[in-house]
Design a protein around this ligand. Structure first.
Ligand SMILES: [Zn+2]
Ligand SMILES: [Zn+2]
Length: 433
């Protein structure tokens, strides 16, 4: 047995000091999605591996190298399913949409998921985590460009509502099954004579997923990317009209966007609108998303348009800290019960007061371990409590407690900070205070 267990590489504890940031993200996500009429969905962490390999696409790093896959225990017939921890949120939501017949509801069906763990076996040196948590939205069953703009507007409002600034949306259209094949032919024609000098990954992408050639981050390939044909010049008329409408509606939503002809998404099922939210200060993408009109069909459903995004809590939290956005502080206790003496009767009385106050929804603490009254008072002072509730022999005999105002200034005499309150009037007193 190891001497000290540690969390696995790439897996992180989310400690109490981090939680206020996560709470701010959660609260804002719930409020904003509500405004836009999205309803919450939770899907399982584990699905059949093929759900992800069919949708995310062979030839992407996620499927080829990064999925946590395993064979389940065999069933009675000895068959064992290959399962995966989900690497992303969309496939599970679309699976649920089809499985539960949500296509029979009024369309679009607008769904969101919150703080859901996602798993990718990323290279650890990239400083990335292997389990991260996502907030995401999916709108299914409607191809209207107003839905695209609405979703981007929602996402932008989410960031702004948390107090972030210096953001813009990066926007592109990657066409559809009508026009993208022609574009990919042109892209490959352009790359073919250059291929020998491209990075190893690009040599693979050329055959498996040519659109992702534009996604290469290797310095040696940047000049080639800059000179490559742009998909905007190859969009068919319906794609062109859709994209123009998305831009017009984004103006109506007051969302600042910039066109990025090189923006593509690493997943095969994306069509038309793709977007990222970029932090102008760090030049990094906070998250991205896009339209995926071909996805439901791949899963055996009938053709169903859809659009969505996923946003990682970890990355958002980093940006909140970078931009010095302070989440609302956690409330300190209202009362701290201090008892004098070690008699069982005295401690019972203290525990009873603590219980009564907590039952009355008053945040209360007490000293444990029969510490001296002096040491309890010290803890009461550092706890941030507004009041210390003192109980000693006199209080016990007289049916009252002494309430000491811990916020009163040091210059005040002790008697001026203390008042006697009858036991049965204590809750009332604290609630009014
Ligand atoms: Zn490359
Ligand atoms: Zn098209």
């Amino acid at each position: 047995m190891p001497e000290h267990y540690r969390a696995l590489q790439g897996f992180k504890d989310i400690l109490p000091d981090e939680q206020p940031y996560w709470r701010l993200i959660e609260k804002t996500a719930i409020e904003v999605t509500e405004l836009y009429g999205y309803r919450r969905i939770e899907t399982p962490t584990v699905e059949e591996t093929s759900l992800f390999s069919r949708t995310t696409g062979e030839g992407t790093d996620i499927v080829d190298k990064e999925m946590y896959s395993f064979n389940d225990r065999p069933d009675k017939e000895g068959r064992s399913a290959n399962l995966s921890l989900r690497p992303e949120g969309t496939a599970g939501v679309v699976r649920a949409y089809l499985e539960h017949g949500m296509f029979q509801l009024a369309q679009p069906v607008k769904l969101y998921y919150l703080r859901e763990p996602m798993f990718r076996h990323d290279k650890p040196q990239a400083g990335r985590v292997r389990e991260h948590h996502q907030f995401g939205c999916e709108a299914l069953g409607e191809s209207d460009p107003a839905v695209d703009a609405e979703m981007i507007g929602l996402l932008f409002q989410f960031y702004i509502s948390m107090g972030l600034s210096n953001l813009h949306v990066s926007l592109n259209s990657i066409g559809d099954r009508n026009c993208r094949p022609q574009y990919l032919e042109r892209l490959k024609e352009y790359y073919l004579p250059l291929l020998d000098t491209c990075c190893d990954d690009c040599q693979v992408r050329f055959y498996k997923n040519p659109l992702r050639l534009l996604d290469c981050k290797e310095p040696q390939d940047q000049a080639r990317i800059a000179g490559a044909p742009k998909i905007a010049d190859y969009l068919c008329e319906p794609c062109r009209e859709h994209f123009a409408a998305v831009k017009r509606y984004l103006d109506l939503y007051d969302v600042p966007y910039q066109l990025d002809p090189l923006l593509v998404r690493g997943l095969d099922y994306y069509t038309r609108t793709v977007f990222e939210v970029i932090s102008t200060t760090s030049k990094q993408a906070l998250n991205g998303g896009g339209r995926y009109d071909g996805l439901a069909e791949i899963l055996g459903g009938k053709s169903t348009p859809g659009i969505g995004f996923g946003a990682g809590f970890e990355r958002i939290s980093l940006e909140l800290k970078r931009q010095k956005v302070a989440p609302p502080p956690e409330a300190g206790p209202c009362a701290y019960v201090v008892y004098f003496g070690k008699s069982a009767e005295m401690k019972d009385a203290a525990v009873r007061i603590v219980a009564e106050l907590r039952h009355a929804a008053i945040k209360t603490e007490m000293g444990y371990g029969d510490r001296s009254a002096k040491s309890q008072m010290k803890q009461a002072n550092t706890s941030g409590s507004a009041y210390a509730i003192l109980i000693g022999e006199d209080e016990l005999a007289g049916g009252y407690v002494t309430v000491q105002d811990l916020r009163a200034g040091k210059e005040l005499a002790l008697e001026a900070k203390q008042i006697k309150v009858q036991r049965d009037a204590l809750i009332d007193y604290l609630q009014k205070a």
